[in-house]
Design a protein around this ligand. Structure first.
Ligand code: XBP
Ligand code: MG
Length: 250
């Protein structure tokens, strides 16, 4: 097992409902728009990965009031830049913690010398801000490669971001294992031929994870055990490196 490759949103932290969604709404207010993405609507909009893509999809499907703009792509990019600013502010204010067990598993892998990487559709600044604020300042150095945002044109569920990360690391899929939380995420990792562990969240609990080697409600801790939803538990009550290795070997 030569690398653990982590998704960010929903996997390392529950960023969507109380993070990205809130930041989008703050950007809409700042831009003088009367748009508001409530929790249910945001769940629907999550079908499209990537913030700029999500805004465009909302405009196309819901026909919201829109100012007269010459260049819609540039206007969306500006609105999204404001959203990123608000999201980073939420992270800096310590509003978004890592999920249960994430810090422990990352620390275990780091201490054991197992290389780690990130494969996400989110903007690179968001990854830096999450790691800096929720893990520790300088935590980005724990990751050999951070594949994020527009670095590949086709976002998840396309396999491109995982393929990019493995190319950068000089590794083959059978040497790695991926961590995901969503159907779009596992479609991406499986299309890149990666064994995948899933920790579900509120938005993704009912999605199809039949392709996963393991599905849990969270990574968990000794005093905050995980719930096994699919796969073999090897007698464990929280996801540690040994369990990950057994799944990789199986
Ligand atoms: C995460 C996403 C992201 C975030 C927003 O998907 O879809 O788009 O919601 O990030 P995944 P940006 O966890 O599968 O990578 O606004 O920075 O694009
Ligand atoms: Mg995710």
């Amino acid at each position: 097992m030569k690398a653990l490759i982590f998704d960010v949103d929903g996997t390392l932290a529950d960023t969507e409902r109380d993070g990205h969604r809130v930041a989008f709404n703050l950007a809409f207010v700042e831009a003088g728009l009367d748009w508001e993405w409530d929790e249910a609507l945001y769940g629907e909009l999550l079908a499209v990965t990537g913030g700029k893509e999500r805004i465009r999809n909302f405009i196309e499907r819901k026909n919201p009031t829109l100012p007269e703009v010459e260049d819609l792509t540039a206007w969306i990019a500006g609105l999204h830049a404001s959203k990123t600013k608000h999201f980073v502010e939420l992270l800096s204010a310590g509003k978004i913690p890592l999920r249960s067990g994430v810090q422990r598993l990352l620390t275990e892998a780091h201490d054991a010398g197992v290389p780690m990487a990130i494969a996400t559709t989110t903007t690179p600044q968001n990854v830096s801000a999450l790691l800096e604020n929720a893990l520790f300042p300088g935590a980005e150095a724990w990751f050999e490669v951070i594949g994020a945002g527009d670095i590949v044109p086709a976002k998840k569920p396309a396999p491109d971001i995982y393929t990019y990360v493995m190319e950068q690391m000089g590794l083959k899929p059978e040497e790695c294992i991926a961590f995901e939380d969503s159907s779009n995420g596992i479609r991406s990792s499986r299309a890149a031929n990666l064994k995948t562990i899933v920790t579900v969240n509120g938005y993704t609990a009912d999605e199809d994870f039949s392709e996963a080697v393991l599905v849990l409600d969270q990574m968990g801790e000794a005093d905050d055990p995980c719930q096994l939803l699919q796969g073999e538990d090897f007698g464990k009550s929280y996801l540690d490196l040994e369990w990950v290795r057994k799944l990789w070997e199986s």
